[in-house]
Design a protein around this ligand. Structure first.
Ligand SMILES: Cc1cc2nc3c(=O)[nH]c(=O)nc-3n(C[C@H](O)[C@H](O)[C@H](O)COP(=O)(O)O)c2cc1C
Length: 191
């Protein structure tokens, strides 16, 4: 079994990556393979509403000049999907938003191709707006008909500078519990 984690932060090894890795460490401890995909350095454009994915139904976006189709292929091959975004102006980053629009439309065009996979989301935040970002990703996972594990609070870590989230004990516990619950659910669904 494998989990693909997607980090939509502009900082490759920032707080979102730290939070995602806390979840991935728990999954690894349960024998689940993991891979972290970084979006830093890329600027994913949003959906251009060409509707070619509904015509072609080939599980890919018609825009082939960026990393979206590569991410989709990795998601298709995995049993678990973990999304991570920092809070930017009380929402997810532009890259996460573009990913949701395009990946979501391709999945809709292809009979909900991620249906039944296990999906979860984590957010890094300095102060406010994390719930909106958290909700945006969870609304996507829900619409994709993924199975969504809970955790001991909402999976949000507080911090501004890189590494600050490691001072947020409650946030750390939330990530660890999410990893354990995700592993438990994946084993129930796929073992
Ligand atoms: C463009 C931009 C917008 C931000 N907007 C918010 C915000 O609305 N609320 C907040 O609490 N923090 C905001 N932050 C701070 C980040 O959410 C915070 O530093 C987070 O830990 C960054 O995670 P990262 O290291 O993975 O990029 C913003 C940061 C940037 C660069």
């Amino acid at each position: 079994m494998k989990v693909i984690a997607l980090n939509a932060s502009a900082r490759k090894n920032g707080n979102t990556a730290i939070l995602l890795n806390l979840v991935l460490d728990e999954l690894k401890a349960e024998g689940i393979e993991t891979e972290l995909i970084q979006m830093a350095g890329t600027a994913l454009p949003g959906c251009k509403a060409c509707y070619k994915c509904f015509k072609k139904k080939d599980k890919h976006c018609s825009v082939e000049t960026d990393m979206l189709n590569e991410i989709i292929d990795k998601m298709l091959a995995a049993e678990g999907i973990l999304l991570g975004s920092p809070t930017y102006f009380s929402d997810v980053t532009a890259n996460m938003r573009a990913f949701i629009e395009r990946c979501g439309f391709v999945a809709r065009a292809n009979d909900y191709m991620f249906k039944g996979k296990v999906g979860a989301a984590v957010v890094a935040v300095r102060r406010a707006g994390a719930i909106q970002a958290f909700s945006g990703m969870n609304l996507f996972l829900h619409y994709m008909q993924m199975m969504m594990p809970g955790t001991s609070y909402w999976s949000i870590g507080v911090g501004r500078d890189i590494g600050d989230v490691l001072k947020d004990d409650e946030g750390i516990q939330t990530m660890k519990d999410l990893g354990k619950n995700m592993a438990w659910l994946m084993k129930k669904v796929y073992a």
